[in-house]
Write a protein that binds this ligand. Structure first.
Ligand code: GRF
Length: 213
């Protein structure tokens, strides 16, 4: 069983979807991974309380208690390392990570982002997609590098933009797609179907999921 640490900042719906999928696989005796810890930069994150209630180790490390981004990331790296993760998942972790953290977990650090990267990195992705008039939107899971929402793309889920969409309706459908995409990528990673090579290039086996509709 692979050990997964999930980092969050808020409600944690992707965390819940991942946990549900991993538990279903475990119950079917085809388990590949377990969430060994959930860590938030915000003590009040709803997802953290949910994790606690499930009996998952839940920790917080408040970024407001640190002088610099580097100092925070170093402390965070220590907490994460204590759980000996095979994979670290950023699931709504709303901070850009510095070199010290990214390098420490290179090849085992992934993020889910609510757009079809490289389009719309950063915030307000749904509103920006509507303003840009794109017909197709969605979500991306990628390995993490030091750029905001950068790093090799592992898989994407596509969501059509409807004529009647507002940012919230589009966000709802993208979130639903995220809940399918992230668990699938985690399972593929745990089966060794996706990886980063030493030159930080994506290696993806033909059996790995890379598109979801
Ligand atoms: C998701 O849309 C994720 O892609 C983005 O932040 C949101 C987190 O939602 N990075 P949740 O906390 O998983 O519900």
């Amino acid at each position: 069983m692979k050990r997964v640490v999930v980092l969050i900042s808020g409600r944690g719906s992707n965390l819940m979807a991942l946990h549900q999928r991993l538990c279903m696989l475990a119950q079917a005796e085809t388990g590949v991974a377990e969430i060994v810890a959930v860590i938030s930069n915000k003590p009040e994150a709803a997802g953290l309380h949910w994790a606690q209630a499930q009996g998952i180790e839940a920790r917080w490390l408040d970024h407001r208690d640190f002088q610099s981004r580097e100092a925070y990331d170093e402390a965070l790296a220590h907490v994460v390392s204590d759980f000996h993760p095979d994979l670290v998942v950023l699931a709504g972790f709303m901070r850009v990570l510095t070199k010290v953290f990214v390098q420490r977990f290179a090849g085992r650090l992934i993020n889910i982002h609510p757009s079809l990267l490289p389009a719309f990195p950063g915030l307000q992705t749904h509103q920006r997609a509507l303003e840009a008039g794109v017909c197709l939107h969605g979500a991306t899971v990628h390995f993490v590098n030091e750029q905001l929402d950068g790093g090799p793309i592992i898989a994407q889920a596509f969501v059509p933009v409807l004529q009647c969409d507002e940012a919230q309706s589009l966000a709802d459908r993208v979130l639903h797609a995220e809940h399918r995409l992230l668990p699938q990528v985690v399972v593929d990673f745990c089966h060794g179907l996706v990886a980063l090579d030493p030159l930080d290039r994506l290696q993806r086996s033909p059996e790995a999921t890379h598109l979801l509709f």
